[in-house]
Design a protein around this ligand. Structure first.
Ligand code: ZN
Length: 113
C-alpha cells in the first residue's frame, strides 16, 4: 500500500500548482507511472479520490500514462523492454547496464482554471 505515500506526494505537487496558478478548480491531473514502480492503478485512484474530498481537485480526472520498463544492455548496447522476471538481454543474454524507463512517477501536467 505504498500508494498512500505516493498520493501524499502527488497532492503536495498539485497543491503547489493550485496555489502558484491560483486555480479554483482542477479538471485533470495527468500522471506518468513506470511499470517498475509497482503502483497498482486502481489502488492509486482510490487513494486519490479519498484524499481529494473537499479540495479544489475533488472530481478531477486522473489520467495515467503507463511507461514500459526499458533497459539498456551492458554488452550489446541495445535497448529492450523488460518482461516479467526476465531481465537478461533478449539479443545476447547480457546484463542490464541501466534502466532507460520504467521507474518514473511524476505529474506530467495539470488542467484547471
Ligand atoms: Zn545485449
Amino acid at each position: 500500500m505504498h500508494e498512500i505515500a505516493i498520493v501524499d506526494n502527488l497532492i503536495t505537487v498539485v497543491d503547489d500548482q493550485v496555489k502558484e496558478h491560483q486555480l479554483e478548480k482542477v479538471h485533470r491531473v495527468h500522471l506518468v507511472v513506470g511499470q517498475l514502480t509497482g503502483v497498482v492503478e486502481d489502488v492509486l485512484r482510490f487513494c486519490w479520490q479519498v484524499s481529494a474530498e473537499g479540495t479544489p481537485w475533488e472530481g478531477a480526472q486522473l489520467t495515467v500514462d503507463q511507461k514500459a520498463a526499458v533497459a539498456l544492455c551492458a554488452d550489446c548496447n541495445v535497448e529492450y523492454e523488460l518482461k516479467e522476471q526476465c531481465f537478461a538481454c533478449p539479443h545476447c543474454g547480457g546484463a542490464i547496464k541501466s534502466l532507460v524507463t520504467g521507474k518514473e512517477l511524476y505529474i506530467d501536467y495539470i488542467e484547471g482554471d
